[in-house]
Design a protein around this ligand. Structure first.
Ligand code: SF4
Length: 341
């Protein structure tokens, strides 16, 4: 991906909070990144790191007790945070689509696959019912669903998990979005189906030049899908770089620990995987200083009291890290989101 490619999406200094009975939970804090057309950015981290809330914040789909309290989400030049709900709905229908982990949460169980895919196209593309049905069959074939002409009249429960996820992808593609946000879309599937779905998404994105934000906790999936990666921990991006640098030269101790916790083909037999001690801090009680300091093997005195910023450690912001071990240069204020490959 060219460093000169203009940003399709720029998330800048985003903060998302939830009101709970126990207080205010800050799920996303100072999150910045950008994405060019056709590029795939993986958001990776443990559960509770803020990946999914970041996606829901971009889509304007937060639960009633959640709100964005700071920052911008600039998509094709307009800030989605300040956009009225009616216009945001149009953006969601026409330009940005989301694929969830469990398609049954998005597919309506009482509508046939054909009806629910057609509905989107009739609403957003102005197709007639007949035109939409023909396009649904095309789309189902495109995502590899056999007997597409019959499946169009099936209800979601008649399909296997893998086929439902394919139908979800067809639904996401139905309005030819410029950005797809996929939140752990293969986690619930077995390994073979997972590989097929990943390949399908990659091929479709290459073919149509669709940008993707791919959310996962699985570094194998990252290696498979990403152009660039943002590693999240406790609501913040702690490292951001291209996928090759992330695997070859990780800098943040959390990224290094994550990489040590996955099996390597070249590791000697009997080698034990290194688990990361401790757990992700509570969103209601973030530690002062670096949020990783209680689990970090390289923690220093200042780490418990002083909060590191996301700083560029390589030329022109290509690699950014939030850690006192690196004497980085501050990223320019608005370009903090832009960490090109
Ligand atoms: Fe570890 Fe300190 Fe870096 Fe945090 S700032 S990751 S505690 S070395």
């Amino acid at each position: 991906m060219s460093t000169d490619a203009p940003a399709l999406l720029r998330v800048d200094n985003l903060k998302t909070e939830f009101s709970t009975d126990e207080g205010t939970a800050t799920a996303v804090d100072e999150v910045s990144f950008s994405l060019a057309a056709g590029e795939t950015l993986c958001l990776v981290g443990e559960s509770g790191s803020g990946k999914s809330v970041t996606a829901l914040s971009i889509m304007g789909l937060l639960a009633d007790n959640g709100r964005i309290t700071q920052g911008q989400v600039v998509f094709e030049g307009q800030d989605l945070v300040t956009l009225p709900e009616s216009r945001l709905r149009t953006v969601r229908g026409n330009s940005i689509a989301m694929i969830f982990q469990e398609p049954m949460t998005s597919l309506n169980p009482v509508l046939t696959i054909g009806d629910q895919l057609s509905e989107t196209m009739i609403l957003h593309l102005g197709l007639t019912r007949k035109q939409a049905r023909a396009r649904v069959v095309d789309l189902l074939q495109k995502v590899g669903i056999p007997r597409a002409r019959d499946v169009v009249d099936d209800y979601p429960h008649r399909l296997s998990g893998g086929m439902r996820q394919r139908a979800m992808i067809a639904m996401a593609l139905s309005c030819e979005p410029r950005l797809i946000i996929a939140d752990e879309p293969t986690t619930a599937l077995d390994v073979t189906i997972q590989a097929q779905i990943l390949k399908l998404l990659r091929d479709l994105s290459d073919e149509a030049g669709t940008a993707m934000i791919f959310i996962t906790h699985d570094l194998g999936v990252v290696a498979e899908m990403a152009d660039r990666v943002a590693v999240m921990y406790a609501g913040q991006v702690v490292e951001q770089t291209d996928v090759y640098t992330l695997f070859d030269e990780p800098e943040h101790p959390y990224t290094t620990a994550l990489l040590r916790s996955i099996p390597h083909l070249t590791a000697p037999a009997g080698d034990r995987l290194a688990a990361i001690p401790g757990s992700v801090p509570s969103l209601l009680q973030m530690p002062a200083g670096c949020r990783f300091h209680e689990r970090c093997p390289q923690a220093m005195d200042r780490c418990a009291g002083e909060r590191p910023e996301l700083l560029s450690t390589a030329g022109q912001g290509a690699h950014a890290v939030r850690c006192w071990l690196y004497d980085g240069a501050p990223l320019p204020k608005t370009a903090a989101a832009v960490v090109p490959a």
